[in-house]
Ligand binder design. Structure first.
Ligand code: EPU
Length: 416
């Protein structure tokens, strides 16, 4: 099992170029199945979640070509067969195939999706959407058989703005008869990316990025092209690293407005950021002050940048508070963070109080999940001495070439 070894305390300078968004790419690839012609998607990140999706595509008999960061998918000879449990459970986004296949063939068989175990993560809103569109859902333990004679447009109100449910219902409704309206939808930029791609192939979707999405069903999607938007979570992770260790560290190829919930918090804490149209430059300061963070759906503070922010908060003077409102189990890495010297108390798995500043010391630690792993990696970068992280498969699921990107700007970090 590979590990990541870090010698902490090195100043970082130069440029880190941000890759395409994981959470966009993992939806755009299954969306391509709705089309019967070749589609091209560029700026695909090189992460293991994409490899897992590619395995499912191949299993379904799609033809794939990958050339650098561009993927070409030809779905004209897809075989709609049950997606085995082992493939479904490799990642959360496997369930986007459930919606594409349902939308295209009106029948799909697969298993409950996987993903980091950061909470319960039910799929009830997606299933509610399928049923509203006229499908019958048979659930046998964790296996689903979903069938519709015809999918018909419907009005669907989501109990909460779920990213997954919003994308799933969009995918299932693109070819339904008539008009579908989905209210209280998620507004994440990744949803706009998926809607734009589908429209590019001939779908008629309006309102992505607002509270309500309207979909006028179409019979056919033709070939299309899209570019994955920059990964705002990867970008945010590097901006946080720059605030701790940067000397004019440039985080480039980003859309800074997607990062505003983070950058406004960093500015409140005293970080000096230079925000440009497509990059941010950040340098370390001597003193930061404690801040309060509450995770919320976009455009609120993202839950995915909650754990990577914790190492920064250990270096702020005073008591910072982090309230996690999206997931029930997103403080698993605090145990190791405290072992490294932090002073953090977690109440009811919901609120963390971080007293700082505290010195961190290198230790052998574990990546409990993707963003928890990123958090431990940042702790290692600022700690005295050497940190070794195991279970790094989680980190490699979502951060493209992270050791190389950091080494190039001066970090002492290696895969061992
Ligand atoms: N929820 C339900 N029922 C549903 C769907 C969601 O109760 O049917 C609840 C969830 O339990 C959670 C909240 O609604 O409390 C939000 O869940 P959402 O569906 O929005 O999350 P997701 O689609 O499963 C995506 C990202 C996550 C990111 C969340 C929130 C992907 C593949 N994953 O998950 O990314 O945390 O949105 O922004 O897009 C990550 O990248 O590390 C990651 C976990």
């Amino acid at each position: 099992m590979p590990k990541i070894k870090i010698e902490g305390g090195h100043t970082l300078t130069g440029e880190v170029r941000i890759s395409g968004s994981k959470n966009s790419a993992v939806a755009l690839i299954p969306a391509a199945l709705l089309c019967d012609e070749k589609v091209k998607i560029s700026n695909i990140p090189n992460i293991s979640d994409i490899d897992s999706l590619e395995e499912i595509l191949k299993y379904l008999n799609a033809k794939i070509e990958r050339d650098d960061d561009t993927i070409t998918i030809d779905s004209s000879e897809i075989i709609n067969k049950e997606i085995p449990e082992e493939l479904s459970q490799k990642l959360r986004a496997s369930y986007y195939f459930m919606s594409s296949l349902l939308g295209k063939y009106k029948h799909v068989e697969m298993y409950f999706p996987g993903g980091c175990s950061i909470g319960v993560r039910p799929i009830d809103q997606t299933l509610k959407g399928y049923r509203a569109l006229g499908a019958t859902v048979i659930e046998e333990e964790n296996r689903y058989t979903i069938t519709a004679e015809e999918l018909k447009g419907a009005h669907i109100y989501l109990d909460m703005p779920s990213v997954g449910a919003t994308i799933n219902i969009m995918l299932a409704a693109v070819k339904a008869k008539g008009i579908t309206t989905i209210e209280n939808v998620a507004k994440e930029p990744e949803i706009v990316n998926v809607a734009t791609f589908l429209n590019n192939m001939g779908a008629k979707i309006k309102g992505a990025g607002t509270d309500m999405i309207t979909i006028r069903g179409v019979d056919y999607l033709h070939s299309g092209f899209t570019e994955v938007i920059p990964d705002r979570i990867e970008a945010g992770t590097y901006v946080i690293i720059g605030a701790l260790l940067g000397d004019k560290l440039k985080v480039s190829n980003i859309i800074p407005s997607h990062l505003e919930a983070l950058t406004s918090k960093l500015i409140e804490a005293g970080v000096n950021l230079e925000i440009h149209p497509d990059y941010i430059t950040v340098s370390k300061s001597n003193k930061y002050k404690a801040v309060k963070i509450k995770t919320l759906p976009y455009p609120g503070y993202p839950t995915d940048l909650q754990q990577p922010m914790i190492p920064f908060l250990t270096q702020c003077s005073g008591t910072s508070t982090v309230e996690e409102t999206i997931y029930e189990n997103r403080f698993q890495n605090i145990y190791d963070t405290n072992r490294m010297g932090a002073n953090i108390i977690v109440k009811n798995n919901r609120i963390a109080k971080i007293k700082g500043p505290t010195k961190l010391t290198g230790k052998n630690v574990t990546a409990t999940d993707l963003r928890g792993g990123a958090s431990m990696l940042i702790c290692g970068l600022i700690a005295d001495g050497t940190t070794t992280i195991d279970n790094i498969k989680y980190i490699l699921r979502g951060y493209d070439d992270i050791c190389n990107k950091l080494s190039k700007v001066g970090a002492k970090i290696e895969l061992i």
